[in-house]
Design a protein around this ligand. Structure first.
Ligand code: NI
Length: 176
């Protein structure tokens, strides 16, 4: 396994639509394993392939590492096939939008269809944090970040701060 570098906004690769995987082969499994290790190290509860610069429809999730009953989830070609009318609000963050958080409204419950790490077709009913997380990660596959769900004013403020932080970091690295 290997740790992969995580892209941060603004980055054009985070705005691209990812391609479906033809099948879950060894290469896809390797990507899933590397993504999981990268997510745990960050640490985070979800990661989508475009966040590590791979434009494939692959996500990994683990909303509770202590809860060994669910464990990590690996999803290829995930698709929301059912969503509740009822909404829920969660304060979201993202490894690609470091140190910024915002309330996002999404359907409270969703059913997701996907291929698991063995390439087997699965369907999972999600609620609570898992429902939010799976929708957030699938958004990444369509080039959508959580900040795209909030006001343009707040989004642009966050993007400006991220750019400024990046420039400062580059300057520090150049001085070192
Ligand atoms: Ni994210």
């Amino acid at each position: 396994m290997a740790l992969l570098p995580i892209l941060t906004a603004p980055d054009p690769r985070l705005k691209k639509k990812s391609d479906a995987v033809a099948s879950v082969d060894d290469e896809t499994r390797q990507l899933m394993d590397d993504m999981l290790e990268t997510m745990y190290a960050a640490p985070g509860i979800g990661l989508a392939a475009p966040q590590v610069g791979v434009l494939k429809r692959v996500i990994v999730l683990d909303i509770d590492r202590e809860d060994t009953k669910t464990g990590p989830l690996f999803m290829a070609n995930p698709e929301i096939v059912e969503a509740s009318d009822e909404d829920a609000v969660y304060e979201e963050g993202c490894l690609s939008v470091p140190e910024h958080y915002s309330d996002v409204v999404r359907p409270a419950r969703v059913t997701v269809r996907y291929l698991d790490r063995d390439g087997k077709r699965q369907e999972l009913a999600c609620e609570g944090l898992l429902a939010t997380c799976v929708q957030h990660e699938i958004d990444h596959l369509d080039g959508i970040l959580f900040i795209d769900h909030i006001s343009a004013l707040k989004r642009n403020m966050i993007l400006r701060k991220l750019l400024k932080a990046r420039k400062e970091k580059e300057r520090e690295e150049a001085d070192a």
